[in-house]
Write a protein that binds this ligand. Structure first.
Ligand code: PLP
Length: 381
């Protein structure tokens, strides 16, 4: 049975270009790039070239690009840096729909000094409300993601960056779900930008962070002088080259498949709700509230047919209570039990999307029969 993967927001399969770059670097560029001999200087040159290619894509100076292990590390490091360098009573603004790696780091380092940013009716940061807060309160920094991993809802991050810059407020944008899906133009207007290779077809455990143009005293890991002293640790050159290869071929996608899926799905199951239907969303994501049956039953029934979908953030599945993102958007607790997230990527076709719609309709019949059977069993006992 063919597996149809619909959980790209959790992680994407490795792109062939990334695999080729990784294999060739693993064979050929395995020396420590900081070693003193010429052969290692060649590895260092590849690393520098990879940094220049990333800098070119974001249109920033190469010194702003730091390679690391991914977005969780970078998000934590930024809040740790702010906690260490901002005044002891400084408050920061954070969107309540951030990824757990931002929410937890913000709470850990700033506790009561976090101001939760208001959302608009579409579940994005309310820019007008943010402007008011920036005028009224002394926020020292603001963190707002580019695109949400659960709902796909996009923040108006250009307006957020402009509003903060006008007030001289430091900014961070977790762009993990944006990078590789939508144009990178403009992200450089944030002081800090974080991203993860495995979200766009690069390897896991590799990521990137853009730092402020001026030296900020940022230090993510202490130790050796790798990454200009911003992040100690021997660089994973093969992983970094694979990440850059994936980023360079990342196509800007189209919503055609997702929208055809939604049309077909709602013909079969008209009472399926789509979170953020009216909002600007990632082209690859649909967060559904199913009319009946718990998420886990849908996930299992779909997996039996070869479709892998999720119930929201992979980081929270089975480990935490209801999604803080959906709670912040006012989704009722009962509805959260019936959520399905489907997200596509570079290897998904429109035919895959249509097959998923058909499979969901089949699962609905199967789950309804199961429920009818279990009800009749209860009666007969
Ligand atoms: N931020 C967002 C928006 C994400 O979707 C993820 C992935 O789960 C992360 C951060 C964490 O990324 P990583 O897996 O690189 O730690």
């Amino acid at each position: 049975m063919k597996t149809c993967y619909f959980d790209y927001n959790a992680t994407a399969p490795l792109r062939p270009e990334a695999r080729d770059a990784w294999l060739s670097a693993t064979e050929d560029l395995w020396l420590n790039p900081s070693s003193p001999y010429r052969a290692a200087a060649r590895v260092h040159a590849h690393l520098a070239e990879a940094r220049a290619r990333v800098a070119g894509l974001f249109a920033v100076a190469a010194e702003r690009v730091v390679f690391n292990s991914g977005a969780t590390e970078a998000n934590n490091a930024i809040f740790a840096h702010w906690a260490a360098t901002l005044p002891a009573d400084a408050s920061i603004g954070v969107s309540p729909t951030e990824h757990p790696s931002v929410l937890a780091a913000a709470q850990h380092f700033f506790g009561e000094r976090v101001t939760w940013l208001a959302l608009n009716g579409n579940g994005a940061v309310d820019v007008a409300a943010l402007k008011n807060v920036l005028c009224e309160r002394q926020l020292a920094a603001v963190s707002a993601m580019a695109a949400n991993n659960e709902t796909g809802i996009l923040n108006d991050w250009t307006a957020i960056a402009t509003a903060c810059r006008t007030q001289g407020v430091m900014t961070h944008c977790d762009a993990s779900q944006w990078i590789g899906k939508l144009p990178l133009d403009g992200l450089r207007s944030y002081d800090f930008v974080t991203g993860a290779a495995h979200k766009f077809g690069g390897p896991k455990g590799v990521g990137l962070c853009l730092l402020p143009a001026e030296n900020s005293g940022f230090m993510s890991l202490k130790g050796g002088y790798q990454e200009f002293g911003y992040r100690a640790g021997t660089e994973d050159v093969a992983g970094i080259l694979a990440m850059v290869a994936a980023l360079e071929v990342a196509q800007l996608g189209s919503a055609d498949g997702r929208d055809a899926f939604l049309l077909k799905l709602r013909q079969a199951l008209p009472s399926v709700e789509v979170i953020g239907m009216e909002a600007e969303r990632l082209w690859n994501t649909a967060l559904l509230i199913m009319p009946e049956f718990a998420s886990v039953r849908w996930i299992r029934a779909l997996e039996k047919r070869g479709f892998l979908v999720s119930a929201g953030s992979a980081c929270s599945t089975g480990k935490q209570g209801p999604s803080p993102v959906l709670a912040a958007m006012g989704v009722p607790a009962a509805a959260m039990q019936r959520v399905l997230r489907v997200s596509s990527g570079w290897a998904t076709s429109v035919a895959d999307w249509l097959a998923l719609a058909a499979a969901i309709a089949e699962c609905d019949s199967e789950l309804s029969c199961e429920s009818a059977d279990s009800n009749s069993t209860v009666i007969s006992i």
